[in-house]
Design a protein around this ligand. Sequence first.
Ligand code: NAD
Ligand code: UFG
Length: 348
Amino acid sequence: MRILLTGGAGFIGSHIALLLLERGYDVLILDSFVNSSFNVINRIKTYLDNKDLKYNLKIIKGDIRDKRTVDNIFFESLKESKPIETVLHLAGLKSVSDSVTNPLHYWDVNVGGTLNLLLTMNEYECHSLVFSSSATIYGLSDSIPMSENHNISPINPYGKTKVAIENMFDDLYKSNKNLWKICSLRYFNPVGAHPSGLIGEDPIGIPNNLFPFITQVAIGRRTVLNVYGDNWETRDGSGVRDYIHIIDLAQGHLASIDYLNSNESCLEFINLGSGKGYSVFQIISQFELSTGCQIPFDIQSRRDGDVGVCYADISKAKKLLGWAPKKSLEEICLDGWNWQIKNPNGYT
Ligand code: NAD
Ligand code: UFG
C-alpha cells in the first residue's frame, strides 16, 4: 500500500516514515526541505539497511502548494499501478512567533497547501487522510484535561490556520458523508527521539521549545535555561504540559491508518498526547536524574501567549484507535539525550 507522506523529512514526519517503512508500507515523501535536512533521508536508509530490511522509499523535493508537483505524484503513482491510498499530511510551518510576524505566509503554506492537496486527492479519487493538527487550537479554560470538545479559540495565526483546515475538512465531509475518511490528530508536545539516535529534533537557531533547549544546555551549546514563570497556579509554579514520546506519537499515525482502512467514511478529531501533565521543574529534575547532567536555569517572567496548564484527555484515541502511549518520561529524557550526544550539532 502506497502512502504519501508530506513533510516526511521533518521532526515528526521522519519518525513516522521510519515506522511506516519498517511495517512494509511503500512510502513517498514530499518535502520542500525548507525546515529539514536531506541527511534525514540518509539516516532513515541507514537504519533500515542496518536492519537488513527491504523497503520502498521515494523522495520528491517540492512544495505542497505547487499544483503540478502534487498532481504529478498522483499521476506517476497511478501509472506505476501503485495508486496512493492514504495521505499523511504534515508539511507546513509551525512557529507560533513566526506566524505572528508573517501571517500571510502561514495562511499560504498551511491552508493553501492543504487546499491544493485536497483538490488533487479528490481528482485522483484518494479520499483517505491523516492530518497534523495541534493542541494550540484550544482556548483558555479551567477544564483540564482537554477533551476534543474543549472550546476552539486559537490565539495566534498558526493555530488559526489549523482551525481553518479542520473547518475545511468539516465542509468536505458534510458535502458527501460516504466519501472522505479523515483523522485530524491534535498533537500536544511531541518530544524525545528515535532510540537509535539516528533521527531526532534539530531546530534551526535558538530552540523555542523546552525540551530541545534542555538538551542543548546539557551538551553545552547553551549556558542556561530560562524558565518562563514560577508563579503559575500549578504544583510548583512552573508551566505544565503534556509531553509525548515521538515514537508514541508516530505509532498513533499507524493506528489512524488502520482505523481509516476499517471504515467506509469518517471525520474524527483526535487528541494525541500522553494524557499526563508535567511541570518545567519536573522535566528538569527527571532529565537530570536520567542523564546525570546538570541543567542550570534562571527564572524569567511569563512568556507572551503561554498558558499555565495544558494536557490532553486521550480517552478518544484509546477507544477509537486502540492506541495508547507506552513510553515513560524517563525514556523521553534518555532518547532525547542519546540523540543529542550522538549529534551535538544536529544533522549538520
Ligand atoms: P518540521 O518543521 O520539522 O516538519 C515540517 C516539514 O514540512 C519540514 O520538513 C518542512 O521542510 C516541510 N515543509 C514546510 N513547508 C513546506 C511546503 N510548502 N511544501 C512542502 N514541505 C514543506 O515540523 P514538525 O514538528 O515535524 O511538525 C509537523 C507537523 O505537525 C506540522 O504541520 C506542525 O504544524 C504539526 N505540529 C507540530 C507540533 C510540534 O510540537 N512539533 C505540535 C503540533 C502540531
Ligand atoms: N518553557 C520554558 N523555557 C523555555 C521554553 C519553554 O520555561 O525555554 C516552558 C513554557 O513556558 C511552557 C513549557 O516550557 O510552560 C513548554 O513550552 P514549549 O514551548 O516547549 O511548548 P508549548 O506548549 O508552549 O507549545 C508547543 C508548540 C506549539 C504547540 C503546542 C501544543 O511550540 O506549536 O506545543 O501542541 F501548539
